[in-house]
Design a protein around this ligand. Structure first.
Ligand code: NAD
Length: 275
């Protein structure tokens, strides 16, 4: 009971994948455990979080806090948003997919600035690619606050709310596409005769190596592909098949379909199940 009377710098509603990644990142960035609280309704998960983050308040009920992060599934946002008033917070960052700033702002009152963010699961390993969009009453200081929180687990880019749909489907969903490519390449390695463990290790290292070539060296992907592709060689033969199966166009269509779905969810407030 006494814990609930303390005022925290930040309360996260929802201690699942994203909520716990953010807590871990903030602690690693130097935040004091006593400044952070997690409101988690599942007692088993709350107990687990208490063990993972000693000194962080983990509660089944809302706590007092200056700022709140809403890190529950989209279909739980309405219930979580109802808890914000009890926190006495002046700032809210929501990372829920497809819940618009207009929907979020409704009911918080004039004194609460809202920022919408979209992280991805790479936040779990401190390598997230997040974007944020300002709400109607949020100031530069509110955006800097949101950047500090999401920046603890990766990069943060400012975008408009309209662009958040594209961000959601590109970086939010991105790990799913790369998982699919990873699975397919591992299976292909096995088909070509490699033991599965060798194929897995090769594919993992190819991803790490390519990320360094592309991101760290800042080189153009067209040039990176050209330098691997010998005239009449192995890579050209393989790329011909991928192009023949419309891989490039499949990604374009997939991202447009996801963007459309994200817009639809934002407009209709349709319940979303899953991640
Ligand atoms: N997982 C992803 O790839 C991803 C990427 C970007 C954004 N997001 C967004 O992040 C949000 C959280 O996703 P996640 O993967 O961490 O979900 P999760 O299911 O792992 O975690 C949500 C947690 O919130 C708790 N909870 C729900 N309602 C609550 C309430 N009223 N009070 C207290 N606790 C409550 C649940 O018990 C659960 O532990 C979602 O809205 C999702 O759209 C997820």
């Amino acid at each position: 009971m006494t814990k609930q009377m303390a005022r925290h710098r930040l309360a996260l509603i929802g201690g699942g994948n994203m909520g716990s990644a953010l807590v871990g990142g903030l602690l690693a960035a130097g935040w004091k455990p006593a400044d952070i609280a997690v409101v988690e309704r599942l007692p088993g998960r709350a107990a687990q979080l208490g063990g993972l983050f000693p000194g962080v308040t983990v509660s089944g009920e809302m706590v007092r806090a200056d700022g709140v992060v809403i890190a529950v599934k989209p279909y739980d946002v309405a219930a979580a948003a109802n808890l914000v008033a009890a926190a006495g917070a002046t700032r809210v960052l929501s990372i829920a997919a497809g819940i618009s700033l207009a929907t979020l702002s409704t009911g918080f009152g004039d004194g609460v600035a809202v920022v919408r963010g979209m992280p991805n699961t790479a936040a779990l390993v401190g390598k997230g690619a997040a974007a944020i969009a300002a709400g109607p009453s949020s100031t530069e200081a509110d955006l800097v606050w949101a950047e500090e929180i999401l920046g603890a687990v990766g990069t943060v880019t400012r975008v408009t709310e309209a662009q958040l749909d594209a961000v959601t489907v590109l970086s939010g969903s991105g790990p799913a596409y790369l998982s699919l490519v990873t699975e397919a390449l591992i299976d292909a390695g096995v088909l070509a005769g490699l033991p599965r463990g060798v194929s897995e290790a090769m594919v993992g290292q190819v991803f790490i190596g390519y990320a360094a070539l592309f991101v760290e060296s800042g080189r153009d992907p067209v040039a990176l592909r050209a330098e691997v592709t010998s005239p009449g060689g192995v890579t050209a033969a393989a790329l011909r098949v991928l192009e023949g199966h419309g891989l490039r166009s499949a990604f374009l269509e997939a991202v447009m379909a996801g963007t459309e779905r994200s817009r639809e969810l934002g407009q209709t407030g349709v319940e979303v199940r899953g991640a």
